[in-house]
Write a protein that binds this ligand. Structure first.
Ligand code: FES
Length: 122
């Protein structure tokens, strides 16, 4: 089919970057275009968003990338792995919408994702 091979169609698809909104504890918003394949944590770190320390670099060993996923988005994300749940037990003030942002991989399906940052990361 023409649309599957047209270079203009492919280029517009490949370079789409989902917008992720990070809301700091003081309600300061940052809406960032994050490339597919990065994690939500990497999108924050690469754009100097305060509140995501990511001390372990994404190996699920620190919980300093903890975020609260917007309740309308929480159920749309892939389920947590067992190790993520265990690490969230060590996070600062986790709640039912808590996730480790290093475990959320950005894809087109996450266009418009909203995450809130805890008041501190330990
Ligand atoms: S960056 Fe350490 S658990 Fe996510």
């Amino acid at each position: 089919m023409f649309f599957n091979t047209c270079p203009f169609f492919l280029s517009s698809y490949i370079f789409v970057m989902p917008k992720i909104t990070y809301i700091e504890h003081n309600n300061k918003n940052h809406t960032i275009e994050v490339p597919n394949g990065l994690s939500v944590m990497e999108g924050a770190v690469q754009n100097n968003i305060k509140g995501i320390d990511a001390d372990c670099g994404g190996s699920m060993a620190c919980a300093t990338c903890h975020v609260y996923v917007d309740k309308d988005w929480y159920g749309k994300l892939p389920k947590k792995e067992e190790g993520e749940e265990d690490m969230l037990d060590l996070a600062y003030e986790p709640n039912r919408y808590s996730r480790l942002s290093c475990q959320i991989m950005v894809s087109n399906e996450l266009e418009g994702l909203i995450v809130r940052l805890p008041s501190k990361q330990t």
